[in-house]
Design a protein around this ligand. Structure first.
Ligand code: SAM
Length: 261
């Protein structure tokens, strides 16, 4: 079972997402467990203070270290009493960019995954120094808090846990599996506003469909995310499909790539 422990000042942000679709199903099937803890419960002063003004002055409030460290200690003690360990993640715009390979690693994580949701101006630096968490960024922009990144992490990892999605094949042939973007998908009707569906998809010829999809995946990746193809080892088949794309003028220049040995 994939277990998350969320530390947040806004527990109410999670329920609406966790109560739907695959995340709901994953929990019902016992494959996913998400425990939400309110950081305010770990503030010990009379006013339950969880934030304070920054030393040195400046705008906004900073989340205090002690309630967070207490919350993490409490999760750790809980886990240890069950013979488990924890892994702490801090979503931050300063972290390393979230990737599918990181998400794959999380999906197989046997430890409880603690996600610390920052808010306001951020978190007292001593939390980072004391916990040495994985620092993960969703991208080069700033959100109001770590709650949405936490939900993104839960969603992306949970769908890779066998049994959460209806069809296990879905995660095999999608974007970023094998560092390729996915091929284009079509569903009924066969024509919309004069735009049809590629004939091959209606042919029932499984091998031709497989080759078409592979070629389209290579083309999409080449045109949209050439960085994913850099230093990639291509199979002989991929090389041939890329040559076809070039001869058809569908991709412009040869890709500098190596062939699989
Ligand atoms: N002052 C901080 C800075 O400049 O790095 C940003 C604080 S942000 C308003 C509040 C919280 O939102 C952060 O502590 C982090 O948990 C979360 N957050 C904001 N943008 C994020 C991003 N791109 N990726 C991951 N987490 C993010």
């Amino acid at each position: 079972m994939l277990r998350f422990e969320i530390l947040t000042l806004f527990p109410g942000m999670f329920e609406p997402v966790l109560a739907h679709s695959m995340l709901k199903r994953g929990q019902e099937k016992g494959l996913l467990h998400v425990h939400i803890r309110n950081l305010r419960d770990f503030a010990t002063d009379r006013h339950k203070m969880v934030d304070d003004t920054p030393y040195g002055g400046g705008a906004g409030m900073v989340m205090k270290a002690e309630p967070i460290l207490r919350a993490v200690a409490s999760v750790r003690a809980d886990a240890q009493s069950n013979g488990e360990d924890i892994r702490v993640i801090f979503p931050t715009p300063q972290g390393r960019r979230l990737t599918q390979s990181y998400v794959q690693e999380l999906a197989g994580e046997p430890r409880r995954i603690v996600i610390l949701c920052g808010h306001y101006e951020g978190v007292d630096e001593r939390v980072r120094l004391a916990l040495n968490p994985d620092e993960v960024s969703l991208g080069d922009y700033v959100l109001t808090g770590g709650e949405l990144p936490a939900l993104v992490l839960i969603d992306a990892a949970a769908r890779l846990v066998p049994g959460v999605l209806g069809d296990p094949q879905s995660v095999v042939e999608e974007s970023f599996s094998e560092s390729l973007l996915e091929y284009p998908q079509y569903t009924k009707p066969a024509e919309i506003e004069g735009i049809g569906v590629p004939d091959v998809l209606l042919s029932g010829h499984h091998e031709a469909i497989r080759l078409w999809r592979r070629k389209q995946a290579l083309r999409s990746t080449y045109l949209r995310r050439p960085d994913l193809l850099r230093d990639r080892l291509f199979t002989e088949e991929d090389r041939r499909l890329l040559d076809e794309l070039m001869n058809e003028g569908l991709v412009a220049a040869p890709i500098s790539c190596r062939e699989e040995g």
